[in-house]
Design a protein around this ligand. Structure first.
Ligand code: NAD
Length: 484
């Protein structure tokens, strides 16, 4: 087995196995080859992971912020030193081209570890002066044991985007990667230990949805951060609510990208390509509804088709390749079924539309035009390389149509009219907006969704508030006055 880890789970600083768990075969999407065989966590493994996280948390929280930050920053350095090795693993786990994983996965995980490692020493409460000399001070406290549950599209990044702020605040974590891409998070756990994190501070256990569900309801858990689909988010949020647990929900989207006729067409086409075909379209914030103003529709579509014809589809380990397979056969079938729906509902297939012959789960980057707002491909998240181009006439009309969705993850506008750009962004019902670019998510900026796309924000200083809470201490400097 090419990438067989020492064992399925990483608990209390060591690999742990329990072969009685349901088998999980890890498949390389470019060939269909099984590259590792793991086991889903049994109740015993879940219990072991939560107990070790619980036991480690107070020791970790008691370390100074400077010490905790140093561990995270060391982990960032180790990740950068091993970027190539980690990127190759990520490519095998997800099928994403090495050209992408070299710059977007371990590197973005390292950015999160470095950023939150840098903040750790300055996480404090405040002093609030009151009348008569009384005062309040607040203490920023860790929540306790946090659970992270990941999707399969950015396994290393998700493990770090959740782990880094959680650990920075003095929490411990049990992370459950997606069953489709279970390998990279184990490396994150190994690296954190190597960087000096106490055993048990960051644990990884494998499993399907049932393992995730058992973590969410456990009374030892204070917070759940999920990256996944809206249906899963609904279940996890409801289960967490029962135990009054904190949540962060990073869910799906059907984001709009609006291209006005005064936009730079080359940039707009680049934005549409990045926002639909990066990672073979398997990105939550993708701008899959591309509204193009009627006057530039033909120019936009012809330039888009020309540029798509130069996409290099193939072996994701070849660094020249920039379009890889879908993560799994199942995800490919889902996306191909949406293409059939698009055709049957009357959209115009401009390019792509087919599976690519051969082994592996490859499909062509696909563009539909003449898409209308009511078509299934314009309403549902596809999570594959399928772009819908819709026409529009006026600003007012397009903004209303852009917002006419239950989702609210991201939204973008391309225009050279400065005031219009800001007017549109002010009107967008979305958590993450772009002007004249698309899909960047630097750790310094908040990232997350509105409406059904989520609750809370990842990255930036805001993430700290989602992984800590304030204790208020009222200090009286005066006698206590009681009414009787
Ligand atoms: P999914 O919802 O099927 O699974 C996500 C994770 O939840 C997996 O680890 C799964 O095992 C677990 N899970 C499933 N049922 C559960 C339950 N009842 N309780 C607890 N855990 C459970 O999503 P996916 O197919 O892995 O990923 C694709 C989805 O993720 C898309 O909708 C995409 O938009 C979304 N996503 C969102 C973001 C974001 O930041 N907003 C990023 C990436 C992906």
């Amino acid at each position: 087995m090419k990438f067989q880890p020492k064992a399925s789970h990483f608990i209390n600083g060591a690999y742990v196995e329990d072969t009685s768990g349901t088998p999980i075969d890890v498949i390389y999407p470019a060939t269909g080859e099984v590259i590792a065989k793991l086991h889903s966590a049994t109740p015993g493994i879940v219990n072991q992971a939560l107990s070790s996280a619980k036991a480690a948390q107070s020791e970790w929280a008691a370390m100074s912020g400077t010490e905790r930050g140093r561990v995270l920053r060391r982990a960032a350095d180790i990740m950068r030193d091993r970027n190539r090795e980690l990127s190759i693993l990520e490519t095998y786990d997800t099928g994403k081209p090495l050209q992408e994983t070299l710059v977007a996965d371990a590197t973005s995980g390292a950015d999160a570890l470095e950023y939150f490692g840098g903040l750790t020493a300055s996480l404090t409460g405040e002093h609030i002066p009151l009348g008569g000399g009384d005062f309040v001070y607040t203490i920023r406290e860790a929540l306790g044991v946090c659970v992270g549950i990941g999707a399969w599209n950015y396994p290393t990044q998700i493990a770090c985007w959740k782990g880094a702020p959680a650990l920075a605040c003095g929490n411990s974590m049990v992370f459950k990667p997606s069953e489709t891409t279970p390998l990279s998070a184990l490396k994150v756990a190994e690296i954190l230990i190597e960087a000096g994190a106490p055993k048990g501070v960051y644990n990884v256990i494998q499993g399907y949805g049932d393992v995730g569900a058992s973590l969410v309801t456990d009374p030892r858990v204070a917070k759940v951060s999920l990256t996944g689909s809206v249906p899963t988010g609904r279940k996890v949020y409801a289960a967490a609510a029962d135990g009054m647990k904190h949540v962060t929900m990073e869910l799906g989207g059907k984001s709009p990208m609006i291209v006005f006729d005064d936009a730079d067409i080359e940039n707009a086409v680049s934005g549409a390509i990045l926002g639909n075909f990066y990672s073979s379209g398997q990105v939550c914030s993708n701008g899959t509804r591309v509204f193009v103003q009627k006057g530039i529709k033909d120019a936009f579509l012809s330039r888009l088709s020309e540029r798509l014809s130069t996409a290099k589809i193939g072996d994701p380990l070849d660094e020249e390749v920039n379009f890889g397979p879908m993560v799994s056969e199942n995800q490919m079938k889902i996306a191909l079924a949406y293409i059939e729906k698009g055709k049957s509902e009357g959209a115009w297939l401009v390019s792509g539309g087919n599976r690519v012959d051969g082994e592996g789960y490859y499909m062509q980057p696909t563009v539909f035009a003449d898409v209308t707002d009511d078509m299934t491909i314009a309403r549902e998240e596809i999570f594959g390389p399928v772009m819908s181009v819709l026409d529009f006439d006026t600003e007012e009309e397009v903004l209303a149509r852009a917002n006419d969705t239950e989702f609210g993850l991201a939204a973008g506008v391309f225009t050279n009219d400065l005031t219009r750009a800001h007017r549109i962004v002010a009107g967008f019902e979305a958590g993450t907006c772009y002007i004249n670019t698309y899909n960047l998510a630097p750790v310094e900026a908040p990232f997350g969704g509105s409406k059904m796309s989520g609750v809370g924000r990842e990255n930036s200083k805001l993430a700290i508030n989602h992984f800590s809470e304030m204790k208020t201490v009222y200090v009286s400097m005066n006698d206590v006055e009681a009414p009787y």
